[in-house]
Design a protein around this ligand. Structure first.
Ligand code: SF4
Length: 227
């Protein structure tokens, strides 16, 4: 961790009261556990089809039984990379859309990572369960709520996109309970759980036709066989 002096602050004469009330200084995370980082096509949700650099942070305690990245759960099994190196590698690709995913990326303070990415001209998007406090500066927040660790009111209020994974028909009611908590401009997506997709997609299509505020999100990266 290091300390960054925010714009307009003095580096040497810190008034403790002023610090507390105005957050003149903040601690900055310098390393993050990275399971993988790769350049691909965003396969889901509002930004589907765009070239994007994915940064998958390791660590998650949400415990979804259908999770398709269980190898991300234990952060200790993955190397900690400096944020400088993470951003430098992202800059090697031509797209300037970064998607921070996991694991559960908000287990970490993401202020410094997003600060550096945006300084390099990246749009910063996050995919999160919303179950940890928000940090970072985001161009797009996708909250995908999980039953096993519910999202915070803060995450739902700030979501640009609510993406609900549908495992069975009971999940439509659960999806609506979250749609009632997001802001008016939030995009609403229903996405079939991958293993259940052949069975549940017809029900999702019927539901969207009856409730057109929702749209269909498919994991097209799995259909076109890219990461
Ligand atoms: S929140 Fe995401 S990474 Fe964590 S268990 Fe659920 S699906 Fe897996």
């Amino acid at each position: 961790m290091l300390q960054r002096n925010l714009p307009g602050s003095s580096s040497s004469t810190l008034n403790p009261y002023f610090c507390t009330m105005h957050l003149v200084q903040t601690f900055v995370t310098t390393k993050l556990p990275v399971m993988e980082a790769f350049y691909t096509i965003q396969g889901e949700g509002f930004h589907q089809g765009r070239a994007a650099y994915f940064i998958r942070l390791a660590g998650c305690n949400v415990n979804c039984f259908w999770c398709d990245v269980k190898e991300s759960w234990d952060a200790d099994k993955h190397p900690k990379m400096s944020i400088d190196d993470i951003v430098q590698q992202a800059c090697a690709e031509p797209a300037r859309l970064a998607v921070i995913t996991g694991g559960e990326p908000l287990m970490y303070n993401l202020d410094e990572l997003t600060y550096q990415l945006q300084s390099e001209g990246f749009e910063t998007n996050i995919e999160t369960s919303g179950s940890f406090p928000l940090s970072g500066s985001w161009n797009w927040i996708c909250v995908s709520p999980k039953k096993f660790k519910p999202p915070t009111a803060e995450a739902l209020h700030n979501a640009n996109e609510l993406k609900v994974v549908i495992y069975n028909k009971n999940d439509f009611t659960w999806a609506e309970s979250h749609a009632n908590q997001v802001n008016e401009s939030c995009k609403l997506y229903l996405q079939p759980e991958w293993e259940k997709a052949p069975v549940i997609i017809p029900s999702i299509i019927d539901y969207i036709k009856q409730h057109p505020k929702w749209e269909l999100s498919l994991q097209i990266h799995k259909y076109i066989n890219v990461p």
